[in-house]
Write a protein that binds this ligand. Sequence first.
Ligand code: ARG
Ligand code: GLU
Length: 720
Amino acid sequence: MKRLILMALIGLGLFGRLFAGEGMWIPMLLKQLNEKEMQAMGMRITADDIYSLNHSSLKDAIVLFGRGCTGEIVSDQGLLLTNHHCGFGQIQKHSSVEHDYLTNGFWAMNRAEELPNPGLTVTMLVKMEDVTQAVLGGLDPGLTEAQRAAKIAENIKILVDLAKKETDLDVSVRAFYHGNQYFMIFNQIFKDIRLVGAPPSNIGKFGGDTDNWMWPRHTGDFSVFRIYVGKDGKPAEYHPDNVPYKPAYHLPVSLKGVTEGDFTFVFGYPARTNEYLPSDAIRLIAEASNPQKIKLRETRLAIFKKYSANDSRVRIQYADKDAGVANGWKKMIGESKGIRRLDGVGRKQDFEARFEKWAESNAETREKYAGLLNAFKTNYKEIEKYTLAADYITECGLGIELIRFASQFRPMVDEANKAAQDTKKIKEFAEKLQSATAAFFKDYYQPIDYEVANALMLIYLDQQPENFRPDFVNEVQQKFKGDVKKWSDYLFGKSVFLSPEKIKSLLEEANPKKIKSLTKDPAYQYYVSLANFYETQVRKPMQALTASNDSLQRLYMQAQMEMNPEKRFYPDANFTLRVAYGKVEGFSPADAVYYEYYTSLKGIMEKENPLVYDYVVEPKLKELYQQHDFGEYADASGELRVAFAASNHTTGGNSGSPVLNADGQMVGLNFDRCWEGTMSDLMYDPQMSRNITVDIRYVLFIMDKFAGARHLVDEMTIVR
Ligand code: ARG
Ligand code: GLU
């Protein structure tokens, strides 16, 4: 019946009119749910060209880059594109004052110059299968929620174990639609990923945190990597003899560009959305948690800024940390604003009123769903205080780098404290911590952390009630008479975690007795106090509430689908491969303002300001601009375009995703969203929600004309 109505609606062409860019769809289900509409919007390829198990398809070129971004393969030699901000951590790790790749960029002019990145992986979906029946079928309806969850976990384990017997792929089972559907995912994981190229930050991060999340945008946000495999063609750990990966498919790259109204789609790994929450949850996020976190982050950012402004060493050290903190900070501001503007809470409440009416309308739905919203309400009311306390733990307690560093030693110190210590285990922990320690000290500037600790502690004391704080916070009042400076002088004066030599020799020696002595270190003790508070006062008491909310959300999802049988529902993002599609289009962010859909190099020159770090233009780029030397990368009017806006529904994790045209050719890399639409993680707005893409022609222009790395362009399949 559901199918029939769906077909009828598609037949009537209703979707064409109703469609507004919202949705992140499962590649395997495109044929069934989206293909007709995508083609009606202009797509000239088929769902089968995008995802197929019978022949190579676009999906063979899409990867999860690291743990948080998307990348795509663009040559038969495993060449991979992602964003500059996705490769930022790697670029930064290879950088020093002598080799400042962040500032100057990096270009391997041959394979031998490509730089390995231990720990970095790239994950490729091989196939997925619907296993809902095997996971949920035969569950006794009389089970309690806890029993049900245990049974599901057991079913999943059986399925995974069975599958693993027949494949050396990575196998997992993931929940969709909040536990109403399950898919088994087969992945290939590559482990030798080398850095090939990155533009200078003045290009890759042009506009910096000032322009971040905003349109009009002029960021050349890309970096280049290459996947290497063993000589047998299989994924392997780094080895100098490894060879470039030969993919089943690589994306053709189009120089034709896009114009307003063009169909586009984004193929990648969106991390998390929450489109089906009740109003109480939206209120908690947008009106309580976000504002509090925003304030706490502002404190840290101001201190980073103060010290980075005049010290280039510190600026490099804190570049990655600053970008991370600032990014979330600005996103939360945009999200809360957007929800307010949409009256998101009110809208959800209106829907809930209709929902209740529907639920009450017959005995069956009443039995299943009456009381659901009230149960949510009670839960969220209680959850609020735990959520806010947890925010303090992560943003405030762990905002102090020294404490975060000490936290990494916990498993080793715990082992050393055991009556029957396993010295081999301790050695292993110590070895692993050696690289973490080197990384920590490379980018640690104590005066920043000291000031951050003072500032955050003052807020902690002021804002969190005495009976709901970790012990070490209360200690400031008890032991140090409320004198925060005395407290921080004690912490920073005493902690051995601040001495690179001592920590290094401790790890080299791996002497259990000496490791045990860390238990008394103030930084370590504060971490333990923070962790204990979280465990006993937050996580444990909240556990039952979260579990209850999870099951309510599962029911609520099911109910929303039942209530609107003719509507197509997409599952919330869960870091699995998805397709979003929409049109190239500008938007009106505010009364009397309209934003065009694309930006160009001219705009970079307009923004140029040699005195403002975010707006410094590379001399070479300026030269190319003045000479109008854009080669084949210019548009029909001779302009060099930099970025464009479109209504593809994306979120964090979609960074680095290819943006493709009607023929499935790459026209750009997704890297951001427009600020006015960032509440799309909770509520999509067709008027305001736009993804931001760096035009592939700008990317190739930078490689070729700016960096002189034409060989990389030549490696790709270019559609002219
Ligand atoms: N806002 C983009 C994303 O969410 C880009 C972040 C990196 N850029 C920056 N200026 N911090 O990841
Ligand atoms: N920059 C984001 C990322 O790293 C993508 C922007 C968004 O959240 O849409 O994934």
